[in-house]
Design a protein around this ligand. Sequence first.
Ligand code: ATP
Length: 309
Amino acid sequence: MGTVLSTEKLTKRFGDLVAVDGIDLEVREGEVFGYLGPNGAGKTTTLRLLCALIAPTAGTATVAGYRLGRDDPKIRASVGILTEQPGLYERQSAWENLVFYATLYGLPGRAARDQTERYLRLMGLWERRREPVATFSRGMKQKMAIARAALHEPRVLFLDEPTTGLDPDAAKTVREFIVQLRGEGRTVFLCTHNLDEADRLCDRIAFFRRKIIRIAAPDEFRAELYGRATEIRVLPSPRPEDLVRVKAVPGVREAYFENGSIIVTAAEPLRTNPLLVRALIDGGAQIAYVTERKPHLEEVYLRIVEPIE
Ligand code: ATP
C-alpha cells in the first residue's frame, strides 16, 4: 500500500501555545487511520493543517501527492473534511444542498446528481431528500454533513468526531459508511474520543497529545501491554486445586482467580490452552466457557496517554 499522507515535523503554535508539536506520521492509502487524544490535544488543529485550512508554523506535509504550502488549493480539492460546522443551507432540501456542493466541487450536472443520490442512500436519507434541512434532527444533519464531505470522492476523508452526539442507530450508519469507504480503497483519517469505535474501525491508531505518542494497530497495543489472556469459567466456581493444576501446565505465565473465572496468560496460548483444558478436566473441573480475553482499549489508552505531560 502506498502512502497517501505524510508529515515532517509538522508544527502549529498559537502564540506561546504549541498545539501540534513536530509530528511525523505516514498514512497508507486505503486505511482507516485513527487519531486519538484527550480534549485539547490538538486533533482538530492537525486536521485543519492537513487540509490546508491553516498554515503550519514549521514543518510540512504531503497530502494526496501535493505539498502543503505549495499546492494548497490542490490539497483542498483532494480531501474532504467533516468539522463541527456542518455548513448546510437550512432552507434548502437535502437534495438541493448536496447537488449544490457537488457542483461546487466541480462535478458536472449528471455526476453531481448521481453522487448526491448515492450518498443520500448510503446515509439513509433518500426518502427525506425533498425536505428542508431545517426540519432534520441533529443526527440527520450530521449524516448530511458527512455526505457533503465525501461527495466528491476525495482521496482522503477527514472525519472529526463523526459519531459524537448521534444515537446508536445513526452512529451505526456512520460506522458502516466508513467501512464501506475503506472497502472501496479510500483513506479515512478519523479523530475520535470513542475508543470502542477506534478499536472496531481503525487499521492503525495514533495516540496523540500535542505529539504523536505511539502508532500501532489496536491489537498490537493490547498485546504489548498485556499479552493475551484466556478466561476459563468453571462451574460452580474454580477451586484452589484447579489453580494449582493450571499453574503446572507448561507455558503458563500467570494464573489467578477473577469473578468466578481463572484468568491465564501464556506466551503461546494456542499451544497452552488445549493442555490447560485437559488438565482441568482431568482434575474433575466443570468447564462452562473458555474465551479469549482482550483488554479494553480504554485501559491501554489511559496507560499510554494520561501519564504523558
Ligand atoms: P477536542 O477534543 O476538545 O476537540 P482537540 O484535540 O481537537 O480538542 P484543538 O481544537 O486542536 O484540540 O486545540 C488544541 C489547542 O490549541 C487548544 O489548547 C486550543 O485552545 C488551541 N487552539 C486551537 N485553535 C486555536 C486558535 N485559532 N487560536 C488559539 N488557540 C487555538
